[in-house]
Design a protein around this ligand. Structure first.
Ligand code: PLP
Length: 399
């Protein structure tokens, strides 16, 4: 059956082969990728790694190494990718979830202010679905506190806010090249930094890291082939049954910490060169979805801040209740459309996070509401032209 994948970056076998070969043949493939990421994010240095979570762990270790030992807390949005708290645990630090505004997915700034303490090492943004958070405010608050700000642009590569690239706010930025992100090498990520002393601290953590292992790179490349062939709706139905980890949300603290392989860096560089096109296609598809869903009872949208250009690796909507959301997701699934309830829980309801976070009486109503009512829709270039119309029919039927 034809099935529209929830997210992805269309890649032909030729593009994959060319990117990998270019990287493999070039001594400085990582440098070329780093240069592109710096140019894109207004940074002075970039460090390509095997995954976004490995990059986050490295960043946190570097920040802890240059801070007072008491600074062990890392403030994260109470609704974000589970890899974020997992990376915090892996770095030996403690996550402190901050509630978010369910209309914008950005921090509830009042709650953020309440979390101020001398133990805070860093604040991490989320920019979920490539919608920029209130980054200038977070930047101002963290400067005032004298704490670090890591701008997590794992889903926001190519997004901007008032002309500034997301991932370019605060002290450090993070990108991911995982399966459902804005560009993909199946697995991969990078850190970027703007400030001299932090560059030294990050170099110190990065230098001893091993190069990517042959077996690991080979297995990642092996997965790229079915990914490329099967992202098209005519074939995606088949690939859903393969063990590629599609659509899962694991909490995993055991993952490799290595540099990115040269070949995969080559493939990432090639895709970065066309990030503008990839983004415009997704933004156009997101606008089409929004246009047909406008006025459908029970469907709401997340606010994109004024002055922002979003990246929309998926297009998120909010339904009026968990029940309607679940029915719509199942209806779309039966119609061959990959809509996901993404992520399934607020972080405070993930047991591995709950046991490490400081005791609190806060209700996290914003994050919990989002987890219960969100549904994300496909925006990639293999989405069929009638996608928006089909989603509209399904949404009208569940209300
Ligand atoms: C995917 C993601 C990460 C982690 O990146 P990986 O490359 O999957 O390890 C971190 N933060 C956010 C918001 C993400 O979506």
């Amino acid at each position: 059956m034809r099935y529209v994948a929830p997210a992805g970056t269309p890649l032909t076998l030729t593009e994959i082969g060319r990117g990998l070969a270019r990287g493999w043949a070039s001594e400085d493939a990582e440098l070329r990728l780093a240069d592109r990421l710096c140019a894109l994010s207004g940074s002075v240095r970039a460090w390509p790694l095997v995954s976004g979570r490995a990059a986050m762990t490295l960043a946190l270790r570097a920040l802890a190494a240059v801070s007072e030992p008491r600074r062990r807390r890392v403030i994260v949005p109470a609704y974000t990718c589970y890899s974020v708290p997992a990376a915090i645990e892996r770095a030996g630090l403690d996550p402190v979830p901050c509630d978010l505004d369910p209309a914008t997915l950005s921090f509830d700034l009042d709650h953020l202010q309440q979390l101020r303490s001398a133990d805070v090492l860093a604040v991490i943004s989320a920019n979920l679905f490539g919608i920029p958070n209130q980054l200038a405010e977070i930047e101002r608050i963290t400067r005032q506190w004298g704490t670090y700000f890591l701008d997590d642009a794992a889903q926001a590569l190519g997004a901007t806010l008032n002309g500034r690239p997301v991932g370019g706010f605060g002290d450090l930025g993070l990108f991911s090249f995982d399966k459902g992100k804005n560009i993909t090498t199946m697995q991969g990520g990078a850190l970027v930094a703007r400030d001299g002393p932090l560059v030294t601290a990050l170099d110190r953590e990065y230098r001893p890291l091993p190069a990517a292992g042959f077996a690991q790179t080979a297995s990642t490349i092996a997965k790229l082939v079915p990914y490329s062939l099967f992202l098209r709706p005519a074939r995606y139905g088949l690939i859903r049954s393969l063990p590629l980890g599609l659509g899962e949300t694991p909490y995993e603290t055991r993952y490799p910490e290595t540099r990115m392989s040269r070949s995969l860096a080559g493939l990432a560089s090639d895709q970065l060169a066309r990030i503008g096109d990839l983004r415009s296609r997704r933004v156009a598809n997101a606008s089409a979805l929004r246009a047909v869903l406008e006025g459908v009872p029970g469907v709401r949208f997340f606010d994109v801040p004024p002055g922002a250009v979003a990246a929309f690796p998926r297009f998120p909507v909010r339904l009026s209740s968990r029940a309607t959301r679940d029915v719509l997701q199942q209806t779309l699934d039966r119609d061959g459309i990959g809509a996901s309830c993404f992520y399934p829980s607020a972080l405070v309801d993930v047991p591995q996070v709950a046991r490490r976070m400081p005791a609190t009486t806060h209700q996290f109503s914003g994050a919990r509401e989002v987890a219960q009512t969100i549904l994300t829709l496909p925006t990639h270039a293999h989405s069929p032209p009638d996608l928006a119309a089909r989603v509209r029919l399904a949404a009208l039927a569940v209300n």
